[in-house]
Write a protein that binds this ligand. Sequence first.
Ligand code: AGP
Length: 603
Amino acid sequence: MCGIVGIIGSSRISPRLIQSLLNLEYRGYDSCGLAILNNGVIDVRKDTGPVHQVAEQLRFSEMDGCAGIGHTRWATTGTVTRANAHPHLDNSGEFALVHNGIIANYRALRQKLQHAGHRFLSETDTEVLVHLLAHKYAETGILDEAIRRMCRELEGTFALAVISNHEPDRIFAARHESPLIVGIGTGENYIGSDFNAILDYTRNVIPIHDGELVILSRDSVSIRRLDTGEKIQREFVKLNWDPELSQKGGYPHYMLKEIHEQPNTVEAALTMDPEKLEAMCIKIQNARRVYLIGVGTTFYVALTAQYYFRRLTGRHCIALSSDEFEHVAEVDEHTLVIAFSQSGETYDTLHALRYAKNAGSHTAAIINVLGSSMVHEVEMVIMQQSGPEICVLSTKAAIAQIVIALRLALEVGKATGELSTHAFNDHLEQLNKLSTRVRRVINETKGFVNTIARETKKIRNWLFIGRGIYSAVAMESALKMKEVTYHHAEGIPGGFMKHGTIALIEDGFGSIFFLPPQSEANLYHHSIANAEEIKSRHGFIVGFGFGEPSDLFDHQIRLDDYDPLTAPILLLVLGQLFSYYSAVVLKRNVDRPRSLAKSVTVA
Ligand code: AGP
């Protein structure tokens, strides 16, 4: 949802700014730009297109100067044009600004500024900010004061960074409900939307909170409150992410690399702090009502977790999509809301958490990105430790979240007596084998999945079908398929078929079944009955499941190393591989599908 970066040092920073833009490109990739201060003049170069192309065409690497800001855009206000790309300049060319977020009252501000004589060159809300800043600077002559005055007039969300020839040795940044971090280097300091902006240069990071202003020089960082200007002391945290994890490491796409990293992320998820596990378990037991929330993939994580909690603890913990939460959830002091979020920045989920908090509810989260907004907003956090997930599609982070939810459900089941010690130990043993099983699934099936993807590439409409917990697997797999292939895929519980959906089936219509092991007889037989109904209407069927193959399916993959508890997770891996190979066959932009951004920080 747009990436911002700023670097201030004592040598030419353009090569590092370009690298940061490349690392941030997954946040938005329709246009990009740089502004660098050189001898009192701000040089702005920007255009539509991918970073490598724009950087080459506009010769970013030849830009001189030691203080600069950059931006990768995911268009919200204003179409994808050069004029709408960031950075934006004021009319005097004395201020340049980049922004991530949405300014709700930009039209009113723009009108006021136009009356005051400001000329606008773009359709964006961001350009309003830089004119407003110039206006406030004319009143005060002090840049940090002007930024604070500007921010007071803004409604909406922002993370912004500013350079100006009035303060050539400083970069200014501010945050309200959009992510922002500071990186501390040696003789060089950084500002960025997330760690990927700075991971190549430093691991020492200070998370910036809402309502804060940052003033960076090459050897100092000052954080102040936006409202009062009061100074804030905050220590840096040391990031333990390996920069290599942010590289493709020989894989053609991040998506494939991240699918392959899943055995490790499963293991990392299981190394969660036992004290946290116990504390979260107590919170769940003490709550009268538990909601599990997320949006997109993390909603399907929550849905999967809902089945695990029911099975292992006997409790119905309600899965809700974060965007619908406030319209349906019952929130009070007896409610616990557990959010799942890779980025820790997703607007809908943050909004739902705040809504619950305001009503006195307890909040907790399972998050991947250290120092993200949600980490500060909830009472309790479990960090999933999956490392950077660069592909816009979530794979390894989602599986790690499911593993953590399953581990939590086991703990609660044991604590409440719903699970005997024997059953608990048995399940835990199976969970500890999961990483090995995931590795086997990837290594042993990817060739077959690739073949199925090639043979089905012409099917443009799919039903992904499952029952019980496998319906959540089917829905998440369908989302992956839509995101990356742009083919229509609808994930449904098998029970829906007779009640309408079966009308879609005709010659060659595609369906994929996510079949439980035969030991789950009820779910299995009902799933097979659905497959037969489709077959008798000449539909084309793929089966992902366990044990013996069946001649019902046109293509199938059957796994033989599984246990019933973690089996759904193995089929999720097959769903990921199928989407991946289908997208490759269709020559899609795998890591950056059209119209999407990794972290959706706007409403
Ligand atoms: C996943 O493939 C999606 N791109 C998307 O649905 C994502 O999971 C969702 O936006 C939630 O993001 P979060 O985990 O960062 O909160």
